[in-house]
Design a protein. Structure first.
Length: 330
């Protein structure tokens, strides 16, 4: 497995074998895969691949079993140049402990309440002499507000569904690079805590609403005034809309995009933090047959910027045939 760090260094030095000429859709694109035996180990491998030893005093820890609290974690992680690591509720695995020590972490943000991440995780961090701060609200919506308050920026915000994960994961690295928090909302109404946060702050940029009317209704956001809505017919078209919008507005360079399955959240979550760290996006793909929108995104929009793709997750989540088909290796 190539390391992101090695690939980036090789490309900077012009070493052959790491880059390719991405001239047309007929070309194939370089990629390598980062994976572990499970979602927790994959998150550790993503961190190892993207962050040098001793390079991050901060880490963000999120639940590997429930997605709602974790959805807003990526912009927070990016503010500190930190990876997102996953944990079970009952305590830190030895792999995560080893990675925290390798990184040189002294401070951890634990995103989510005690139901998602028990106090045993906090105790494990205490035993490592790592300072921890839990960010949690009574609901997933309140948690997203607490994370936004921790980020403390007022450029703008992203509004994403808190009832499903694909749209929030599509936009997570891009929101992070635009210095905007991700606020979660319901389909038919903006939760009170979220609305109070919006009303209490003055933002310089238009809010970005990610997802179509099935995810967030027009009626629910009518009171927000002008917004930018990024949406497609499905999660993959929405992913394309997101990546192209932020690329066109110079928020992302997309030299080192990541690819993750669009059918589950853990791999895409940890990929999103790394993608933001490398000024790039996460391409979500159907694990069996890449959708036309994903192929178009890779073959046309991203072809002029990409040096190498990083595929996150094993062949159970993303078979090699799918990646080879998407990237033109067949």
């Amino acid at each position: 497995m190539k390391s992101k760090l090695l690939v980036a260094s090789a490309l900077a030095l012009g070493v052959s074998g790491f880059s390719a000429s991405f001239v047309s859709a007929a070309d194939s694109y370089d990629y390598y895969r980062v994976q572990g035996d499970d979602r927790y180990k994959t998150a550790v491998e993503v961190s190892k691949d993207g962050w040098e030893e001793g390079s991050s005093e901060v880490a963000v820890i999120a639940s590997g079993t429930t997605y709602p609290d974790a959805l807003s974690a990526v912009p927070l992680a990016h503010q500190y140049g930190a990876p997102v690591l996953l944990t079970k509720s009952t305590g830190l695995s030895q792999d995560v402990i080893n990675e925290l020590e390798r990184l040189g972490v002294t401070n951890v943000f634990v995103v989510g309440g005690e139901v998602a991440i028990s106090n045993e995780v906090i105790e494990d961090l205490d035993a490592l002499s790592i300072t921890s701060e839990r960010i949690a609200g009574e609901t997933r919506y309140e948690t997203s507000v607490k994370v936004a308050e921790e980020i403390g920026l007022d450029y703008g915000y992203v509004l994403a569904s808190g009832q499903n994960y694909p749209d929030a994961l599509s936009i997570a690295p891009n929101a992070a690079l635009a210095l905007t928090p991700i606020l979660l909302t319901k389909n038919n109404e903006i939760p009170a805590a979220v609305q109070e946060y919006i009303d209490a702050n003055e933002f310089s940029d238009l809010p970005v609403v990610v997802g179509g009317e099935n995810a967030i209704s027009d009626d629910s956001i009518e009171g927000l005034g002008d917004v930018v809505r990024l949406a497609g017919l499905d999660r993959y078209e929405t992913n394309q809309e997101v990546i192209e919008y932020y690329g066109d507005n110079d928020f992302t360079g997309n030299t080192f995009p990541y690819i993750a399955t669009g059918q589950s959240f853990p791999d895409a979550l940890t990929a999103a933090a790394a993608a933001a760290y490398y000024d790039s996006s996460v391409v979500l793909t159907n694990p069996t047959t890449p959708r036309a929108s994903t192929v178009d995104l890779v073959d046309n929009y991203l072809s002029s910027t990409v040096d190498v793709y990083t595929v996150v997750g094993g062949e159970v989540s993303l078979p090699e045939e799918t990646i080879e088909s998407l990237l033109g290796w067949e």
